[in-house]
Design a protein around this ligand. Structure first.
Ligand SMILES: Cc1ncc(COP(=O)(O)O)c(C=O)c1O
Length: 362
């Protein structure tokens, strides 16, 4: 679809839009990759936070959905999703009791890296007579959550295995420190190196007589290597479905489906246009959003409600009332700023989807 086809006068700006043909193609392409691999795809919901997209991913063949928070899991359960991995530690009485509220409605799995948390989860699952799946998270170099590979992971897995109403399913290890590296052989070697910790830990578990059925991890920036690695059983990629300007450099085999339509509100001087999408509509932790359809226009910075755009060449023609398309630099945090996203197909608004898990960070 031509980008011009996304200029829909009926949509007020700033508006978050998805090119549905591209979304569908990305979902099919990622699923096709996994159809020839032993590992399965469990797409991460934290990118789009939008149940209709999760249902498209499930209909295409995903094994279940990954999410980051109990709040996201609540939205998924409400949307009828039956197999959910919260790829994070769920800690504290309030969150655990909310988790237990979901246990009868879906097969739920959480990550753990702490013995006291394992005991709390077990006691809570016993109290509601439910069964909770558990992955022991291993830090494979990211320096975020997770126990060290090998013995510490085996010790925690043994505790999970002995704990009532917990089902030790296996390991989680996320190579998040590598996903945004430029593609190439040296990145692939680093990813394999990180995954070798999971392989060694799985072997250590098996030597200790603890069966390890799942090894879950991976993201859009590493799916080719992680998804083909023999130790992995499921991949948690999220961004591939809608993409963003950062991933466009790293995984160009997926096309950009996510755009923000920005209204031009002022031309204060030559070489400068001001748009109406600021930090409340676009995020900048991965850099500035990229202008998609006005050659010579570059987003220089964002104020709260304003886009400060430098103009050169043909883009000098922009006038107040015009619209431009920009590609968010980070889809996951951008979705979280909107209550709804419009689905566009062949120049028409086909649907308006509520971003139901927007703000569900608790
Ligand atoms: C635990 C976990 N798994 C997977 C991902 C991959 O997400 P993406 O495919 O958007 O890079 C992330 C991203 O933050 C994550 O935190």
């Amino acid at each position: 679809m031509s980008r011009r086809a996304l200029f829909l006068p009926e949509l007020d700006t700033p508006a978050l839009v998805i090119d549905l043909d591209v979304l569908d193609r990305n979902i099919r392409a990622m699923q096709a990759f996994f159809s020839a691999k032993p590992a399965r795809l469990r797409p991460h919901f934290k990118t789009h936070r939008c149940p209709p997209i999760a249902h498209k991913q499930l209909a295409a063949g995903a094994t279940g959905i990954t999410c980051a928070t109990v709040g996201e899991a609540e939205v998924l359960v409400q949307a009828g999703v039956k197999d959910i991995l919260i790829a994070n530690e769920v800690v504290g009485e309030t969150k655990i009791s909310r988790l237990m509220g979901l246990i009868r409605h879906a097969a739920l799995t959480v990550a753990v890296d702490d013995p006291a948390n394992v005991r709390d989860l077990s006691a809570a699952a016993v109290a509601v007579r439910g069964k909770l799946g558990v992955l022991v998270e291993v830090d494979i170099g990211m320096g975020r959550c997770g126990v060290r590979p090998g013995r510490p992971a085996v010790d925690l897995a043994r505790l999970v295995q002995k704990s009532k109403n917990l089902d030790f399913r296996g390991l989680q290890g996320y190579e998040g420190h590598l996903v945004s590296k430029e593609p190439g052989p040296s990145k692939d070697a680093l990813v394999r190196d990180a995954l070798s910790h999971l392989r060694a830990t799985k072997r250590a578990l098996e030597s200790a007589g603890i069966p390890c059925r799942e090894v879950s991890g991976g993201g859009t920036g590493t799916y080719k290597v992680t998804g083909a690695h023999p130790v992995m059983t499921e991949i948690q990629a999220g961004s591939y479905a809608t993409m963003d300007a950062t991933y466009a450099r790293i995984t160009p085999e997926f096309a950009t489906a996510l755009f923000c339509i920005v209204g031009i509100v002022s031309r204060p001087k030559k070489g400068v246009a001001i748009g109406n999408a600021g930090l409340k509509s676009l995020t900048t932790e991965f850099g500035m959003p990229q202008v998609a359809d006005a050659p010579g226009a570059v987003v220089e910075r964002l104020a709260e409600e304003h886009t400060i755009i430098k103009l050169r060449g043909a883009s000098e023609k922009l006038r107040p009332g015009d619209r431009i398309l920009v590609v968010p630099s980070h889809g996951c945090t951008t979705f979280n700023l909107y209550t709804c996203v419009y689905g566009i197909r062949r120049g028409r608004v086909e649907c308006s989807w509520q971003i139901a898990a927007r703000g569900k960070s608790q």
